[in-house]
Design a protein around this ligand. Structure first.
Ligand SMILES: Nc1ncnc2c1ncn2[C@@H]1O[C@H](COP(=O)(O)OP(=O)(O)OP(=O)(O)O)[C@@H](O)[C@H]1O
Ligand SMILES: [Mg+2]
Length: 234
C-alpha cells in the first residue's frame, strides 16, 4: 500500500442487536473509508444506523461482521485494552448529549482523556486550558456543566475530544441541541480544526445546511450507505 493509511476504514461491516429474541440489523454491510484530513457529513433518517456507524468508527463498539481498520490496524486483532488505548490516542468523540461529568469542572472534564493516558496533573491542566481556549472557553474553566449554556457544554465536549490531539474527530449531531448561533459557532470550530490542524472530521447531522458545508456527504438508509459523494472516484 502506498500513501498514509486511511484514518478509518470499514469494509462490509454489519452490526446486529439482539433484543428479547428479536435481532435488529442496524448496519447491513457498510463500506466506508475516511482519509486523513477529510471532512464528511453523515445524513439519513432516524433509525437508519448513523449512530451505530459512528460508534463503530470511534471504536466504542465492534462490528458483528466485516473489517474495521483504524489507522491501518484491524481492530479484530486488538484486545479491549489495546483498542481502548488506540481510541484514546487517535480518536476524539463528541456525543450528542455531551456526556460530561456533572460534578466536575470544565477543566477537569477536558483533562479526563489525559488521565487515562497517564499524563501528570500539571500538564493535564495546561493542555485542558489550551483546549478550552481553542473553543473560546478560556474564561469558563472552573464552571461545572450545570453552570454553562448548552452551547458552552457542547464546546467543552469538543475540547475534551481534541485535548489528546486526535487524528480523527467523530461528532454525532454536534449542533442537534443548539440554537442557530451556537450551532454556527460549533461548526466554525470543527471547520477550523480540520483546516488548521488537518484533523479528519466525520459528523452526523439532520441539518441540510450543515451537511452541505462538508466536502463529502454520506447518506445512510436502512443500515446501508445509500450514496456517498466521494464514491464517484473511488
Ligand atoms: N442498543 C441497541 N439495542 C437494540 N437496538 C438498537 C440499539 N441501538 C440502536 N438500535 C436500533 O438500531 C437501529 C439504528 O439505530 P441508530 O441509533 O444507529 O440510528 P440513527 O440513524 O442514529 O437514528 P437517529 O437519527 O434517531 O439518532 C434502530 O432501529 C435502533 O432502534
Ligand atoms: Mg443517532
Amino acid at each position: 500500500m502506498t500513501g498514509p493509511a486511511p484514518a478509518v476504514e470499514a469494509v462490509d461491516v454489519t452490526r446486529s442487536y439482539a433484543l428479547e429474541g428479536v435481532t435488529v440489523e442496524a448496519l447491513r454491510g457498510v463500506s466506508l473509508r475516511v482519509d486523513q484530513g477529510e471532512y464528511a457529513a453523515v445524513v439519513g433518517p432516524s433509525g437508519s444506523g448513523k449512530s451505530t456507524l459512528m460508534h463503530l468508527l470511534g471504536c466504542l463498539d465492534r462490528p458483528t461482521s466485516g473489517v474495521l481498520r483504524i489507522g491501518g490496524r484491524d481492530v479484530a486483532e486488538l484486545g479491549d485494552t489495546e483498542l481502548a488505548r488506540l481510541r484514546n490516542e487517535t480518536i476524539g468523540f463528541v456525543f450528542q448529549a455531551f456526556q460530561l461529568l456533572s460534578r466536575t469542572s470544565a477543566l477537569e472534564n477536558v483533562g479526563l482523556p489525559l488521565v487515562y493516558r497517564g499524563v501528570g496533573r500539571a500538564e493535564r491542566r495546561e493542555r485542558a486550558r489550551a483546549a478550552l481556549e481553542a473553543v473560546g472557553l478560556g474564561h469558563r474553566t472552573g464552571h461545572r456543566p450545570a453552570q454553562m449554556s448548552g452551547g458552552e457544554q457542547q464546546r467543552v465536549a469538543i475540547a475534551r475530544a481534541l485535548v489528546g490531539e486526535p487524528q480523527l474527530l467523530l461528532a454525532d449531531e454536534p449542533t442537534g441541541n443548539l440554537d442557530t448561533r451556537n450551532g454556527a459557532e460549533v461548526m466554525a470550530i470543527l471547520e477550523r480544526l480540520n483546516a488548521e490542524r488537518g484533523v479528519a472530521v466525520v459528523l452526523v447531522t439532520h441539518d441540510l445546511e450543515v451537511a452541505a458545508r462538508a466536502r463529502r456527504q454520506v447518506r445512510v438508509r436502512d443500515g446501508l450507505v445509500e450514496s456517498d459523494s466521494a464514491a464517484a472516484g473511488a
